[in-house]
Each structure stands twice: as C-alpha cells, then as structure tokens.
Ligand binder design. Structure first.
Ligand code: CA
Length: 233
C-alpha cells in the first residue's frame, strides 16, 4: 500500500485513476488544481504523485520543479501525465527531475504497471525485508514482532513496533506528524500530534544507540535514516 496523490483537472481521468489505484489498495488523494496539489503534497506527504502537465492554474512542470527543489518534498516520486507533443524531453530530463512519464491517452493497465515499478524502486529493500531486516545495530523479526538493538532484545509496545515499521518502510522519506498519526493511530484517534512526539521520544530511548536512525526533520516530522552509517541524529 502506498499513498498516492493525483493532480489532474479532467474529471474522467481523475475518477479512473482514483478508482483503479484504490482497487490496488493504495490510499489516494486527488487535487484538480496545482495550488491544491502542492498543498496536499506538503500536507499528506504521499509516496508518489501522478501529475498532469496542463492544469488550469499552473503548469505541472512548475509544480514538479517546486517539489523537487524543496528538501521536505524532494523524495516524493513523480510520474508526469503528458499529452503527445508536450515537452517530454524537458519533463523527464534532469532539469525537472520527474521520475517517469506517461503519454495520454494512456492505458490504465500500463499506468498501474509504471506505478508499481516506481514504488518498488523507491521502496527498494522493503520486499526483501518482508520477514525481517538488519539495519546497522538494529535487527527486526516482523513476524514475531521482536526487535534487537546491538543483540539485546527490546520490549516495544505494539504501537511502538508499528511506529518503527512505518518509519522504516518509508526509509529516507519524511513522515509528517499528521501522516504518522493517521497511519499508526488511525484518523479517528482522539490524540494530538504532540502524542506522536512523545511516542517517538520513548521509542528512541528504548532503541538506545539505534535511536539515531530515527531523525527529526525540524518543523516537519520524522524520517528513518537511509543508511546506518550516515545518521545525523
Ligand atoms: Ca489537464
């Protein structure tokens, strides 16, 4: 399951994308305008954005450049939806940094395959680590819900375990407090984003030296380090 934002002004395409992506189990957000799209991208921190090139209020290229130029949104994968003859070279070039593009009219099946490919690429180790993983001094057995730091087993609550997995599975991507809140606690939970901070703090303490793998992104949220050797604390 991934979080996918669709920025597209044509209602027909919006609906087709929304329906099919939901069908695949993804959480889908939809914006019909560029401004709204940028706002949702910052707020919801999706894993992937399907971005139409021609929007009523601003160009998709501008949105792409803005997102890729901002440290908080840079790691969101972007697939551009372009019409034939539009500036494809520039779109997929390094200039804008889109991760892939699909030419309209596209087949839904083809688009879904592209989406899966991009998500697999960005989530990298996640599939290989379905049963468990080792990250630096941290070792996790997912099935058994057991966690070790430097060979000492830790006693995590179910919630702390879930929080840790959520962060790890989105390695190197910033997770906002509100995204964590809705994914770990459920949207209806009667708690505040401050609770997220409290739990992350407690989780870090339990992890000991491995706590540095969970990085704080000031003013935004948290991120699991990409590499155990390059943690900034
Ligand atoms: Ca359009």
């Amino acid at each position: 399951m991934a979080r996918i934002l669709v920025i597209e002004d044509e209602p027909d395409i919006q609906q087709v994308l929304e329906y099919n992506l939901r069908e695949k189990g993804h959480k889908v957000f939809v914006a019909g305008k560029g401004e709204e799209g940028l706002r949702l991208a910052r707020e919801k921190r999706p894993d992937l954005i399907l971005l139409d090139l021609m929007l009523p209020d601003m160009a998709g290229t501008e949105i792409c450049r803005t997102l890729k130029g901002d440290a908080a949104t840079r790691t969101i994968q972007i697939i551009m939806l372009t019409a034939k003859g539009e500036e494809i070279d520039r779109v997929v070039g390094f200039e804008l940094g889109a991760d892939d593009y699909v030419v309209k009219p596209f087949s839904v099946r083809e688009l879904l395959l592209r989406v899966q490919a991009i998500l697999r690429r960005s989530q990298g180790s996640e599939h290989g680590a379905a049963q468990g993983f080792q990250f630096g001094t941290l070792r996790v057995d997912r099935e058994a819900h057991r966690v070790w730091a430097a060979d000492t087993e830790l006693e995590l609550t179910a919630l702390e375990f879930k929080l840790l997995m959520m962060l790890y599975d989105r390695k190197n991507r910033v997770q906002t407090r509100s995204a964590l809140l809705s994914d770990v606690w459920g949207i209806d939970a009667d708690i505040t984003t401050r609770t997220v901070d409290t739990h992350v703090k407690r989780l870090r303490e339990k992890l000991g030296d491995a706590g540095v793998y969970i990085e704080t992104v000031r003013g935004v949220g948290y991120r699991f380090a990409d590499n155990p050797e390059e943690t900034s604390g």
